[in-house]
Design a protein around this ligand. Sequence first.
Ligand SMILES: Cc1ncc(COP(=O)(O)O)c(C=O)c1O
Length: 445
Amino acid sequence: MNARDLPAMSNVNLQHYWMPFTDNRRFKAKPRLVASAKDMYFTTAEGKQVLDGLATLWCVNAGHTRPRIVEAIRKQAGELDFASSFALGHPLPFQLAERIAAIAPRGMHQVFFTNSGSEAVDTALKMAVAYHRLRGQGTRTRFIGRERSYHGVNIGGTSISGVAANRKAYSGMLLPGVDHLRHTHDPSRNSFSRGQPAHGAELANELEERIVPLHDASNIAALIVDPVSASGGVLIPPKGYLQRLREICTRHGILLVFDEVITGWGRLGAPFAAQHFGVEPDLITFAKGITSGAVPLGGVLVRGSIYETFMQAQGAGMEFFHGYTYSGHPLACAAALAALDTYDQEGLFSKTQLAAHFEAGVHSLKGLPHVVDCRNLGLIGAVELAPRPNAPGERGYETFEKCWERGVFVRPVGDSVAFCPPLIAENRHLDQIFGTVAEVLKTVN
Ligand SMILES: Cc1ncc(COP(=O)(O)O)c(C=O)c1O
């Protein structure tokens, strides 16, 4: 939308669109509409500039409407708008898979495409079960998730997620055979940690001490972990915790899935969190930043030995009965290839100095009213506020609304306020984000 169209936005009928993950009544009473976006900023319907402090929804890692990505989408739409990947092909998903394999963790060189993170997660669950079955271990059908983790909204992902509010209404329809590990958030020992908290690696032992004896390893297909639980409140894994989970999974033949829908594509200073932490999972789910949010695309990155198990299965025919009409969509692949070029050419996966400035900014909020914790890793962080008595989440929401009014977009997750700027941010943008949050916190009841 151009600036000249702005007046038209005031006439938008808000009634018919049922907005996702939104308090519709509250929003429609006081809407926030964006007209356009460029690099680090949105322009609102009123023509105001708002700094995007959350890469919109943890995805616009290269910033908004970057020319290379825009041009790639435009060109692709005119050349090949759609071709299916069901027993037909076009070059782009092959090229993109090759590019992803080249920067993937060691041994992970097969890619299955989906349209979203939720689909990637459910795809990974199916892959895990089918893989075990092919190896004669068909009893391995259970999954282990973690409290406060978020793995999307499809039935599999909702079942393994640990955000209670997202599960409550659907309790009776969730997958049977799912158990959850405790989350690792421990403010009593780790508050105001810079980077990974020191305490809590031993929480991984629950997998071996409680879960495996209870269900028996022969029934467990996979453990699914979001290396940083972003939508659960930006929970940073304690030092040594993920490594210990890896060791236990290996000992018991349990596949380890890293859900990197947010931590992938440079968020932690490496292509994937697996590389940042030096932990080798068996499957990685990704989405969001792969196209810098420009076109929906997700996928599963698969260890070569798992793929080979499917390819060597006895009998001819289809190896994996799964896929989406738009798996490997040309527009999404073109956008992703252009996004990877942008990340590469601008060195966006290794902004160490910016991460240091970000850490200083997050922790500058310590000591302000209501602040009970500040935490960060790479370019993701949060400030946690004490909840208002009898009104959990309201302080976080008020902070978000007031920041928006002052030109900064951040995201409330309960009473935590999350920060996740595009990787093109400069120090001055971070100063604007944390300066605004600091000002706002002084006014929040
Ligand atoms: C870790 C994780 N997994 C899965 C998803 C779901 O992705 P999508 O919203 O693209 O379905 C998200 C979304 O935020 C996520 O953070």
